[in-house]
Design a protein around this ligand. Structure first.
Ligand SMILES: C[S@@+](CC[C@H](N)C(=O)[O-])C[C@H]1O[C@@H](n2cnc3c(N)ncnc32)[C@H](O)[C@@H]1O
Length: 390
C-alpha cells in the first residue's frame, strides 16, 4: 500500500512513481529510526533530492522543461546562455588560458548553448568542466552534447568534486543554491528550534528540537520575532566558502531567485520560502510525493555575499536578472534575430519577456558575482550594481 497522501488539487503519481517514492520513503524512515525518531529538515531535503538512484535529482525523472516539473532560464531557449557568454568573454579576455566550471548543469541546456555562443564569438575555453551531483543528469548532459554539439565534447569534462586549489577562470551556477539542503527553524523565547522530520502513523510528520549552537548564534544575529519560521542556507554558504578556497583568480557567477537578507527575513515572510514543484504546480508541502517533486528554498544573497567575502573574495556585483542580461549583450543577441522570420521573432520575444519582465523572472531572479584578482567592472552590472544593498 502506498503511503503517499492524496492531494486532490495536484496531479497524482503513476503506480511506478509511487513504487519509486516508496523505496525512498523506506530509506528515509530507516534513517529516522536510526537517529532516534527524527532527522533535521536539511537532511530530509538532501535525501529527498539526492539519495543515490532514488532522490528527485538522482532518479530518472524528467524534471526540466514542459514535460517535467519546472522550467529554468536555459530551458526557455538560447538567449540566457548567449548573454551569459557575452559576460564571460569579457572575463576570459582578461584571464587568458583560463577554464570554466559549471556546477549543477541540469539537462545540459546551458552548457551546450553557452559553448556554441563562445565558439561563435571566438572564445572557446580549453576546458569546460561540469560538476554534477546526479549521475543520471550527467548522462543526460552528455547525450545533449552528443545530439547538438558533438564537436565540443572534447572540451567538456565531468568532475566528481570541486577542482583542487589553483583554479583560474569562471565558476557558474544557475539555480544551484536554491537546490541545496537548507536548515529550517522556528524562533522562540528559548534560543529557537531546529525543524525536523519524523515518522508517525504511517507518514512523515514535523518535529522540533533545540537549536544547535550554530543555529542559535545565527538566530541571535537575525533578531526575528518569536514564532517566525524560515530557512538558513548553511550548505549553500559552505559551498561558496569551498569555491573561494579553490579560486586562485576569477569569478564565481551565480543566478538564482532570492533577496537580500532584510527582504528574505521580512515580517511578511514569516512562514519561510520553502517551495515544491510537481508537474508545473507549486505548493509548500515537502513531505508529499517524496522523491517525485522538487524542493527548493529562496537564496539569502546577503548571507552568500558574506560567506564569499569572509573567505577572501571581492563582491563584484549584484543585480536583477533583467538588468544583468541587458548589460550582457541582450541587444546584440536581439540584433541577430531575423525580423522577417515571424516564428523566430515570436520565440525570441516570448523568451525575453519571460527572462526580463518584473512579474516573470526579471526581478525575483538575481545575479551575484564574487571574485578574486579581478580589476575590471563586469558588463552585466554596468546598468545597475546593487551590491551595497546586501
Ligand atoms: C534546480 S537544478 C538547475 C539545473 C540547471 N542549472 C538549470 O538552470 O536548468 C539544480 C541542479 O544542481 C545540481 N546540484 C545540486 N547541488 C549540487 C552540488 N552540491 N554539486 C553539484 N551539483 C549540484 C542538481 O543535481 C541539479 O542539476
Amino acid at each position: 500500500m502506498s503511503r503517499i497522501p492524496n492531494a486532490p488539487s495536484l496531479p497524482q503519481p503513476t503506480p511506478e512513481e509511487r513504487a519509486l517514492s516508496q523505496r525512498l520513503i523506506d530509506l528515509i524512515r530507516a534513517e529516522i529510526a536510526r537517529a532516534g525518531g527524527a532527522i533535521p529538515f536539511a537532511r530530509f531535503m538532501d535525501l529527498a533530492l539526492y539519495a543515490p538512484e532514488l532522490g528527485y535529482y538522482s532518479a530518472g525523472k524528467h524534471k526540466f522543461g514542459v514535460e517535467g516539473d519546472f522550467v529554468t532560464a536555459p530551458e526557455l531557449g538560447a538567449v540566457f546562455a548567449q548573454c551569459l557568454a557575452h559576460q564571460c568573454v569579457q572575463i576570459l579576455v582578461a584571464l587568458p588560458n583560463s577554464d570554466i566550471l559549471e556546477v549543477g548543469a541540469g539537462s545540459g541546456a546551458l552548457a551546450v548553448q553557452f559553448l556554441l555562443e563562445l565558439e561563435r564569438l571566438g572564445h572557446l575555453p580549453e576546458n569546460y568542466f561540469i560538476l554534477e551531483i546526479s549521475s543520471t543528469l550527467r548522462a543526460r548532459q552528455r547525450a545533449l552534447f552528443a545530439e547538438l554539439a558533438t564537436h565540443l565534447l572534447v572540451r567538456v569534462h565531468w568532475l566528481d568534486t570541486l577542482p583542487s586549489a589553483g583554479f583560474r577562470g569562471i565558476v557558474l551556477g544557475n539555480e544551484l543554491l536554491d537546490a541545496m539542503p537548507a536548515e529550517r527553524f522556528r524562533t522562540d523565547a528559548h534560543g529557537g528550534a531546529q525543524i525536523q522530520v519524523g515518522w508517525e502513523n504511517n507518514r512523515f510528520v514535523w518535529r522540533e528540537a533545540r537549536a544547535s549552537d550554530a543555529l542559535r548564534d545565527r538566530l541571535v544575529t537575525l533578531g526575528l520575532p518569536d514564532g517566525y519560521v524560515s530557512e538558513i542556507g548553511f550548505a549553500a554558504e559552505g559551498w561558496v566558502r569551498n569555491v573561494a578556497d579553490i579560486l586562485e583568480q576569477g569569478v564565481l557567477l551565480l543566478v538564482d531567485y532570492g533577496f537580500p537578507g532584510h527582504e528574505f527575513y521580512h515580517p511578511q515572510r514569516a512562514a519561510g520560502t520553502l517551495m515544491c514543484h510537481y508537474r508545473h504546480r507549486a505548493h509548500d508541502d515537502p513531505l508529499l510525493f517524496v522523491g517525485l517533486q522538487d524542493i527548493t528554498v529562496h537564496v539569502d544573497f546577503t548571507a552568500i555575499a558574506k560567506a564569499g567575502t569572509e573567505a577572501g573574495l571581492d563582491l563584484l556585483g549584484y543585480t536583477s536578472q533583467a538588468l544583468f542580461l541587458l548589460g550582457s549583450g541582450l541587444e546584440d543577441v536581439a540584433a541577430r534575430v531575423d525580423p522577417t522570420d515571424a516564428r523566430a521573432h515570436l520565440q525570441f520575444t516570448n523568451e525575453v519577456k519571460k527572462l526580463t519582465l518584473p512579474h516573470e523572472m526579471g526581478e525575483l531572479f538575481k545575479v551575484i558575482a564574487l571574485g578574486r584578482g579581478i580589476e575590471m567592472s563586469l558588463a552585466g552590472f554596468r546598468l545597475q550594481n546593487r551590491r551595497d544593498r546586501l
